[in-house]
Design a protein around this ligand. Structure first.
Ligand SMILES: [Zn+2]
Length: 351
C-alpha cells in the first residue's frame, strides 16, 4: 500500500495485523508559528489537521473497535519527536495519558517493529526507495510533500508565491516539493527546504538541490544544498521539458527556468561545461539556441557563446537584457516577448 509513512505503517501492521488508513495520501496540515520556523535545531509548526491516519485496536483497553488513532507524522524528529503525544490517541479510554502506556507503545513501535522493518523511515510520492549515493536515479531525500498538497498558508507555498511563482505549477512541471524530514542524519540539511529535482533528458531524477527558504547569512548557511555525490557538471536543469519548444533558452538558474517556462534550460551557474555544450546541441537538433544570462554576466555570456559555437551549434544568438533585473524577476510574458523579438531579429525563419 502506497502510504505517506511506510515505515510507521508497516511497523503498526506487524504489531496489530489490521491497520485501517483514513484520509489516505492527505498530508497533515500545519502553519508556521511565529518566527521559530528555522530555529537552530529544526522547525516548529502548529498542527491543524492530522491528515493520513492509521487506525488500530488499542492494546491497553481490550479494544476491539479500532479506537487507537495514529497520525502519520508521529515519531518524526525535531518538534515531531517521539515525545509528541499530540499524534496518538485512544478514543476509548485515553489510554495514552498513562506514562507507562506511552513508554511501552513507543518501545513496541519504534524500537521493535520499526527496527525490524529497517531504520530508514523514508519516502514520499514520485520515486520510492532509499536515496542512492551513486550515479543513476535518486529519490527525494526523505519525507517530502508536493507543493500542491500543502495547505493554505504553509511557509513553503508562501515562500514561492512571495517570489512570484505558482506552487502548483512548480510541482506539476518540475516536481518541486518541501522536505519535512530528511531520511538520514547525513542528509539533515535538506529538512525544511524546497527540494528541486534535477532530471536527465529521459526524465529520471538524477540529483536534487535543496534550497533554503528565505534570506539568511549565506556565509553560515548554504543557500543550496546538493544531493551528495550525484553528478552535476553534465546536467542541464529542465532539459526534459524543452523537447518541443521552438527555441532553447539557456539561463543561469532554476528560478529563471521557472519564470520563462518550457524551453528554458539552466546551466546552474554562469559557465557552460563541455558536457553541457554537447548535451545542449544534441537536444537542440536543428533548433536555435538563445543565451540569456543575467545582465551583469555579458562577458560570461560571450564565453558560453564561443563554447557552443565551437561545439557545433548551428543557430546561436545572445540576448542582452538592460542592466537591472535578472531574467528570474521579469514577468513571464515580457521575458518570452524579449526572446521572440531577438529570435525574429536573428533567425526570422524560426519565429
Ligand atoms: Zn485504549
Amino acid at each position: 500500500m502506497d502510504v505517506l509513512r511506510p515505515a510507521l505503517y508497516f511497523a503498526l501492521q506487524s504489531l496489530f495485523r489490521h491497520v485501517k488508513v483514513l484520509r489516505h495520501g492527505e498530508p497533515f496540515a500545519a502553519v508556521k508559528t511565529a518566527d521559530t520556523f528555522y530555529a537552530q535545531h529544526g522547525f516548529t509548526l502548529d498542527i491543524s489537521a492530522w491528515g493520513e491516519t492509521y487506525v488500530v485496536c488499542c492494546p491497553f483497553c481490550n479494544d476491539t473497535r479500532n479506537r487507537l488513532y495514529v497520525c502519520h507524522a508521529w515519531g518524526l524528529p525535531e518538534s515531531f519527536g517521539r515525545q509528541s503525544w499530540r499524534f496518538v490517541k485512544c478514543f476509548n479510554d485515553d489510554c495514552l495519558k498513562e506514562p507507562g502506556n506511552r513508554r511501552s507503545l513507543a518501545h513496541m513501535v519504534f524500537e521493535q517493529a520499526m527496527f525490524s522493518y529497517g531504520k530508514s523511515d523514508v519516502v514520499l510520492q514520485a520515486s520510492p526507495g532509499a536515496p542512492k549515493r551513486t550515479s543513476g536515479p535518486v529519490s527525494y531525500p526523505g519525507v517530502c510533500y508536493p507543493l500542491s498538497q500543502l495547505t493554505g498558508p504553509h511557509p513553503a507555498r508562501q515562500y514561492v508565491i512571495s517570489r512570484g511563482h505558482d506552487p502548483d505549477e512548480l510541482w506539476r512541471l518540475y516536481g518541486v516539493a518541501w522536505c519535512m524530514d530528511a531520511c538520514s542524519q547525513a542528509l539533515a540539511l535538506a529538512s525544511g527546504r524546497l527540494i528541486i529535482p534535477l532530471r536527465a533528458a529521459s526524465g529520471d531524477m538524477v540529483s536534487w538541490q535543496a534550497r533554503y527558504m528565505g534570506e539568511t547569512d549565506w556565509k553560515l548557511t548554504p543557500k543550496y544544498y546538493n544531493c551528495p555525490d550525484a553528478p552535476r557538471s553534465g546536467l542541464l536543469y529542465a532539459l526534459d521539458r524543452a523537447s518541443s519548444a521552438p527555441v532553447l533558452v539557456v539561463v543561469e538558474g532554476v528560478t529563471d527556468v521557472w519564470r520563462y517556462g518550457d524551453g528554458a534550460v539552466a546551466i546552474c551557474g554562469k559557465e557552460v561545461s563541455c558536457e553541457q555544450a554537447t548535451l545542449l546541441i544534441k537536444h537542440a537538433r536543428d533548433r536555435p539556441i538563445a543565451i540569456l544570462l543575467d545582465p551583469e554576466a555579458w562577458e560570461e555570456s560571450g564565453k558560453a557563446f564561443s563554447r557552443l559555437a565551437l561545439a557545433g551549434a548551428k543557430f546561436l544568438f545572445r540576448i542582452k537584457l538592460r542592466a537591472g533585473p535578472d531574467p528570474g524577476s521579469l514577468p513571464r510574458p515580457l521575458l518570452r516577448a524579449i526572446v521572440k523579438q531577438a529570435l525574429l531579429a536573428n533567425y526570422p525563419e524560426f519565429a
